[in-house]
Design a binder for this molecule. Structure first.
Ligand SMILES: Nc1nc2c(ncn2[C@@H]2O[C@H](COP(=O)(O)OP(=O)(O)O)[C@@H](O)[C@H]2O)c(=O)[nH]1
Ligand SMILES: [Mg+2]
Length: 499
């Protein structure tokens, strides 16, 4: 080992090794152009924004939530849509739509602006004509992540895993946001099938489960959200869900979409509605027709009403008006209240914590998954060495164990006394990946201080890992922290020999 391989950021090691293995696999299959170019595409993706698949059954609210996350109304949210087309929303300086056939031929669809109507028309093509749409949008919400809307999960799609368009697109995503209104057998089976590959089983670190349309829980209304929170808490502790999803939370995509697309005209219209008496307002909301065609208040036109109802939904209009009457007196205040109530803020934060901050480990996972798929689909004599390297990397992917343990500590699946838990989280990299942060020291701490601290931690966690009073799960957890300590010490030895 040389000094240049010593880095303070542990996960870089795994990604670099995975990348090197991908390149060797590419070389091994160089006389098979299809496989080689498929692998080259995966290699290039390492530098592109993280790819997150938004999945769930039909009408689970995928398109609506995508709009909320992007901050613009792009995805068509037709209640009746049953598209089989995968739609990729990615950052691009100019609006652009590219349509792909199942054979990979690309066609540019000329557009100057993006709107859900155009995308909807393209999604209606037959799957043998268009299998994928790639939408380039200059929305800032897409700079760090690419969002992929998959066709709705159905029980037949679950049975066809391995061949279906859905399985295909999932194998291309680094992480998954799975939406469900009420977890159903189909959801669980689907999540199970998505974890079929060896890599996926070894690294169940890439799934967030969202209870979507949470305003509709129970009888709906003001107690919907507390109920949704309780349901999420229940599922957070459900072992079957836990083994696939690292994080569970409720979300109201419709309110999030409203918040993300709210403008000054919307605010003025909603403020005018908020000035009505509560009896008048309730009367308006009795039906969509009444709301749209009414002339009270006169300042709000039919088109505006239609537009509000379409983007906010009945619940969204009512909620926004309530927020204004309770003091959300300007556009900014209303937007932030809607963001908070929709839980879009919480979702953004968990996407950031669980996915963006862990992207090296997730990308390593995707790269190894690609290698595994190729080795499985095109077995060849002479591939044994690659297979061996693959197995070794998998066995030593300590970064994934760290992430799994962190999620388990956060969810309460593994419980440690508070002081131990904090120490474990720090050593595992929860507060930052750099060596001095993991060791709880300042950036300018001398090497001797860091190595002493690492040795102390090592001794402490070795004792805990062998403590006969602890059960298997807790000794296993302590062993994972112990491995992290060993790596923090190993770093020192590299630096010592180099210096
Ligand atoms: N009440 C409510 N309705 C929602 C919410 N999210 C989506 N919807 C509605 O549910 C229907 C399906 O939404 P869509 O986003 O198209 O679902 P998809 O089929 O999963 O893409 C649409 O009519 C949406 O307006 C939500 O959070 N609350
Ligand atoms: Mg949709």
């Amino acid at each position: 080992m040389t000094a240049s391989t010593s880095t303070a950021e542990a996960p870089a090691g795994l990604l670099q090794q995975a990348r090197a293995l991908l390149i060797r696999t590419m070389t091994f299959y160089r006389d098979d152009p299809r496989t080689a170019s498929w692998l080259r595409e995966r290699l290039e993706r390492i530098e592109a924004p993280l790819r997150i698949a938004v999945t769930g059954r039909v009408k689970s609210g995928k398109s609506t939530l995508i709009n909320a996350l992007v901050g613009a109304e792009l995805a068509p949210t037709d209640a009746e849509e049953r598209t089989q087309v995968n739609t990729v929303y990615q950052y691009g300086p100019e609006p652009r739509i590219t349509a792909y056939t199942p054979h990979g031929a690309a066609q540019n669809v000329p557009v100057t602006t993006l709107d859900p109507g155009t995308i909807r028309d393209l999604q209606r093509w037959r799957p043998d004509e268009i299998s994928r749409l790639v939408i380039d949008s200059p929305s800032p919400g897409l700079q760090a992540i690419t969002l992929i809307e998959t066709p709705g999960v159905s029980s037949s799609a679950v049975k066809e895993t391995g061949r279906s368009a859905l399985a295909q697109i999932l194998s291309e995503a680094d992480a998954m946001l799975y939406l469900t209104r009420h977890p159903h057998q189909t959801d669980i089976q689907f999540l199970q099938s998505a974890h079929e590959l060896e890599v996926a089983r070894r690294a169940p670190i890439n799934t967030i489960l969202a209870f979507s349309r949470a305003d509709e829980v129970g009888s709906g209304g003001s107690d919907a959200m507390p109920s949704a929170d309780r349901v999420a808490e229940l599922y957070r502790n459900e072992p079957r869900v836990r083994s696939f999803a690292q994080y569970v939370l409720p979300v109201i995509g419709l309110l999030g979409q409203a918040a993300a697309t709210l403008d000054a005209d919307d605010f003025d219209a909603l403020a005018a509605l908020a000035r009505l008496s509560s009896a008048e307002f309730e009367n308006l909301l009795l039906s969509a027709d009444r709301f749209v065609n009414s002339t009270t208040p006169e300042t709000v036109s039919t088109t505006t009403r239609q537009d509000l109802l379409q983007r906010f939904g009945r619940f969204g209009v009512e909620h926004a008006v309530t927020l204004i009457t309770r003091g959300a007196g300007d556009l900014k205040k209303l937007r932030s209240a809607l963001l908070a109530d929709s839980r879009l803020n919480d979702l953004q934060e968990s996407l950031h914590q669980q996915f963006v901050e862990r992207q090296e480990a997730l990308r390593a996972r995707s790269v190894l998954m690609a290698v595994e798929m190729v080795l499985r689909a095109n077995p060849r004599s002479g591939g044994r060495q690659l297979r061996g390297e693959f197995e070794r990397l998998l066995a030593n992917a300590h970064e994934w164990d760290e992430l799994r343990l962190l999620s388990a500590l956060r969810s309460g699946q593994v419980r440690l006394p508070p002081h131990e838990r904090e120490a474990a989280e720090r050593l595992l990299g929860a507060f930052g990946n750099q060596r001095h942060i993991r060791l709880g020291r300042r950036p300018d701490a001398p090497e001797s201080e860091l190595s002493n601290r690492a040795s102390d931690a090592l001794l402490q966690w070795r004792t805990l890992a062998m403590d006969p009073m602890r059960d298997h799960v807790h000794r296993e957890a302590a062993r994972t922290v112990l491995r992290s300590c060993e790596r923090l010490i190993a770093d020192t030895s590299v630096r010592d020999t180099a210096g």
